[in-house]
Design a protein around this ligand. Structure first.
Ligand code: DON
Length: 319
């Protein structure tokens, strides 16, 4: 709150000013040591807690980056936003709303109780149950075809071919018992379109794709630009799907903290347990942040502070 707030109606500042503010955000929060690195997926515990990368990509393709923007990390839950977009683009707004849902659970991202409390509905595509159900809706004749479609789609959002981090995939595959439980629970309610083991395996792969903060900013800027990647010029999803994705991120992207996030920062966003955050300013651009220390909800602490600073100083808050 000591940071001046620009009006949202203004255009983005000049490039040199954006560079300066991204550098200032990095310098302000690089020394903040609150939060802990996730360890429930064993390999994630090996991340360097000091890593901190920040990138802003605007809808004209301008890129502004500071810090560890080239460090690759697994995309984790941030994949949920982009796989949702790919699935919704294929099967439509109404089907997603009816079969997965679009309301916040108010509970943790891996909650089993949330499913039970809602007659077997996974509630929304941004919690694990809903993401597994959404992954199962991606068209394909078999598992490999679905996986290729997801990897290619996420690569088009990033504007470069994304690769699987095999170490993360194996580490998570050996320990993701709860996700298997969630998938079986959905199956028991007849709410999973494919076999539970297959759905969890593809979901685990999508979470293990390696990205950088720069990639996150580009992926977010594609949603900000109505579904067109501003670096490659390629249309990745329709404008309607980009809008639907942003609406979901506003209500569900930061889990049970989504209300607080919107109240403070005023942007649709998605976080992941490896420390990434993407925050999107529709029509303007996106912030990609990466720093592995997390708060109790699983959101990067430095990433949240940097997004708050940039939202205020760049005038991105929607409200
Ligand atoms: O399924 C999981 O638990 C992880 N692959 C992803 C969780 C995640 O990133 C939640 N984030 N805050």
């Amino acid at each position: 709150n000591d940071v001046p707030q620009l009006s949202f109606t203004g255009a983005l500042p000049q490039d040199a000013r954006i560079d300066q503010l991204v550098a200032e955000a990095h310098a302000r929060y690089a020394g903040h040591d609150d939060g802990v690195v996730a360890d429930y997926i064993p390999i994630l515990a090996e991340a360097d807690p000091a890593w901190f990368g920040l990138s802003v990509v605007d809808v004209d393709g301008g890129a502004h980056a500071v810090g560890d923007v080239g460090v690759a990390f697994s995309i984790q839950s941030i994949s949920k936003a982009f796989v949702f977009a790919l699935a919704a683009d294929e099967i439509g707004h109404d089907t997603i709303r009816e079969t997965v849902g679009v309301n916040n659970t108010g509970l943790a991202f891996n909650s089993v109780v949330a499913v039970e409390l809602n007659d077997g509905s996974p509630m929304n595509p941004m919690v694990n149950a809903g993401a597994i159900a959404t992954t199962a809706l991606v068209p394909g004749a078999h598992a490999d075809e679905r996986w290729q479609r997801i990897r290619d789609g996420l690569s088009r959002f990033a504007g470069r071919p994304l690769a699987l981090d095999g170490e993360v995939y194996r580490s998570e595959s050996f320990t993701n018992h709860r996700n298997h439980a969630l998938a079986r629970l959905l199956q028991s309610y007849d709410r999973l379109a494919i076999a539970p083991d297959e759905a969890v395996d593809i979901y685990t792969r999508q979470c293990s794709l390696a990205v950088t903060a720069q990639d996150l900013a580009t992926m977010g800027a594609t949603l900000a630009d109505g579904g067109v990647n501003p670096l490659t010029g390629e249309r990745v999803v329709s404008a309607q799907t980009a809008r639907d994705t942003l609406a979901l991120l506003a209500s569900c992207g930061m889990y049970e903290r989504s209300g607080e996030w919107l109240f403070e920062i005023g942007l649709p966003a998605k976080s992941g347990v490896s420390g990434g955050i993407v925050a999107i300013a529709p029509g303007k651009g996106a912030i990609g942040a990466f720093s592995p220390r997390l708060d109790e909800a699983g959101n990067s602490v430095r990433g949240q502070r940097a997004c708050a600073f940039l939202s205020r100083t760049l005038g991105l808050n929607l409200f």
